[in-house]
Write a protein that binds this ligand. Structure first.
Ligand code: ATP
Ligand code: MG
Length: 303
């Protein structure tokens, strides 16, 4: 079952197509990544999914129902974090949630529950203006959780966070998905920030869909990595690995390959009496994957 489905979703700004015939199919019950570089149309798409922006054309279905005809019913089951969340900065986290509790007319106990989920119980009485960015993002999620959503749509929730903040956000989303069974869509321009939490990804570029499906298949197919071997004799190692794409970089032998090849390469080197002191690797960037996908879609013209 799909939690979100769009058909030929299009948004034009004065003739410029920010979102161009987008056919998204996002599965229920998972954390899905919505990926694209800056300006690719993620926020514009999300704003349309949430009924915050009018679409130019196309259809949107959430929970298998048309957003056009079932808007309030659908949105009462969706929690969202779009753009920078706006809070009453001079009030505490608790007081901000109190306002939301009155808006949604939900139980008093809900506030403590969501504070505990996002680990803000201790900071509940601190003014929001004194919160760190990570705390503000988590308060945004707490607010989104107030109405017990079945679906959370989060626009770049890790943007600007440090590695620890990113890890905390990842753990929080995994917990919400597994324990609360909430379907989650997370947008990001950084694949590797969200790769450890999403099984399913949709990649867009210039408003059009480049790929949607299992993240694993995408990485297997397109992610080449620069693997660095520090060996006792890199020139000999290079000759031994003649079937691979290699070159010597400084005091290391660089092999452009898939990560699954590392043990095999290591074995080849060791059985050929090479000492391997260190193996490191640098990942393909999302940009590289985009480049490959775009090249595939638009075959080079002969000039
Ligand atoms: N209100 C608007 N009026 C005109 N153009 C807009 C408007 N909103 C967005 N755009 C344009 O639409 C395109 C997509 O923007 P959008 O904000 O959806 O991208 P994004 O993928 O969210 O980017 P980022 O990663 O930077 O947040 C951009 O070229 C942007 O300039
Ligand atoms: Mg955006």
């Amino acid at each position: 079952m799909c939690v979100i489905q769009t058909k030929n979703l299009t948004k034009e700004f004065k003739g410029f197509k920010a979102v161009d015939n987008l056919n998204l199919t996002i599965p229920n019950g998972e954390i899905s990544g919505f990926l694209g570089p800056n300006g690719s149309g993620k926020t514009t798409t999300i704003r349309m999914l949430l009924g915050l922006a009018e679409k130019t054309s196309g259809d949107i279905k959430l929970f298998n129902k048309s957003l056009k005809t079932h808007k309030s019913e659908i949105l009462s089951n969706v929690g969202a974090l779009v753009d920078s969340p706006s809070f009453y900065e001079h009030l505490s986290g608790f007081e901000n949630l109190k306002i939301m509790q009155l808006v949604h007319n939900c139980d008093d106990t809900k506030i403590q529950e969501v504070l505990s989920i996002v680990e803000l119980t201790e900071a509940a009485n601190k003014k929001v203006k004194d919160y760190s960015l990570g705390m503000k993002q988590r308060l945004g999620i707490a607010i989104a959780l107030m109405n017990d959503p079945k679906l959370l749509i989060l626009d770049e929730p890790t943007n600007g966070l440090d590695p620890n903040g990113i890890k905390k956000m990842r753990e929080l989303l995994i917990m919400l998905s597994q324990r609360k069974r909430i379907s989650i869509v997370v947008s990001s321009h950084n694949l590797f920030e969200i790769e450890n939490m999403c099984n399913y990804v949709c990649l867009i570029n210039k408003g059009t869909l480049l790929y949607q499906g299992e993240l694993k298949s995408l990485l297997n197919k397109y992610a080449q990595h620069n693997v660095f071997f520090n060996t006792s004799d890199n020139t000999t190692a290079k000759n031994i690995l003649k079937d691979y794409n290699t070159n010597i970089r400084g005091d290391k032998l660089n092999v452009n390959t898939q990560l699954s090849e590392i043990p095999k390469i290591n074995k080849i080197l060791v059985t050929n009496n090479m000492d391997v002191f260190e193996i490191t690797h640098e990942k393909t960037s999302l940009e590289d994957i985009f480049l490959k996908l775009t090249e595939k879609k638009e075959p080079k013209k002969n000039v």
